[in-house]
Design a protein around this ligand. Sequence first.
Ligand code: ATP
Length: 319
Amino acid sequence: MIGERDARSSVREPAGEGAAAVSLRGVVKRFGDFTAVDGLDLEVAPGTCLGLLGPNGAGKSTTMKLLTAQAIADEGTIRVLGLPVPAESKRVRAAMGVVPQQDNLDEELTVRENLEVFAHLYRVPRRERRRAVEDALALAHLTGRAHTKVDDLSGGMRRRLLIARGLVHRPALVLLDEPTVGLDPQVRAELWGLIDGLRSRGTTVLMSTHYIEEAERLADDCALMSRGRVVARGAPAALIAEHAGRRVVEHSGPPERLAEVERLAHAAGLPTRRTGPSVSVLKAESMPPSLADELGPDGAYRAATLEDVFVVLTGEKVE
Ligand SMILES: Nc1ncnc2c1ncn2[C@@H]1O[C@H](COP(=O)(O)OP(=O)(O)OP(=O)(O)O)[C@@H](O)[C@H]1O
């Protein structure tokens, strides 16, 4: 029988040259009559950070749960670090780090004790445990708080500890489910620094988020999910270029004026999105001069963003 430690070292390198760290093919997950994940194909290259982006209910959390076998797919195949899931889910769970959306830290224990418990659970060898805990403390900038009880930490510190706890065994792959949801901008920026640091260590990161800026800042590659499927995939800049072009022109006015702008833009094959009391025409750089004349000179030009792509492809507003 293979030991936990052997299991860890054998899955550290995914099988085969360039093999994906995570691979889902044709994955379907239903809850009763409702299909939450609907034929999902997704691969994450080793050493990259993939942002799984999508509106509420798109199926991001369910996808994460399928990777840890907390949910079992009805159809399709899943491989994580070269191993099939759920068949090898125990080995897979030992080899990866999972940072849940919900804070489930042990409030009675200190920061260090929380990390020690997980180092033990993840079977970090006894002689390496102290070092592993020190490294995790340093990574999360919590060395000075090692003896503080979790109960006495700020929200941002708790979230950093939650991430550090998922990293204490130096996993090759980390799953981050909405790592900064509900946090204030300053704490969010702190966590972005921490997550960025993982990439420089060569850790593969799969991060779900519905914050566009988070994906834009951190992800090498984004998979945009809507209704259980990936509707677009690529580096943020490439997605913007493909779906929103370089420039966007915003026209404001009463509802009938907005509807007219939309009609003219669509007739010319240009996508649009509503932004409050205005309508944005995407790919404005390819607008025929005759259309520019018809729309008039009152438009405000700006650079296209990933948010434009998100809204156009998912039909959802950004929070
Ligand atoms: N255990 C369950 N039973 C029934 N329906 C579920 C269950 N888990 C998820 N769903 C439904 O599946 C859909 C996808 O949910 P999921 O949590 O994966 O979305 P998400 O993209 O992570 O959204 P959020 O950002 O809101 O977490 C939702 O409509 C949700 O209500």
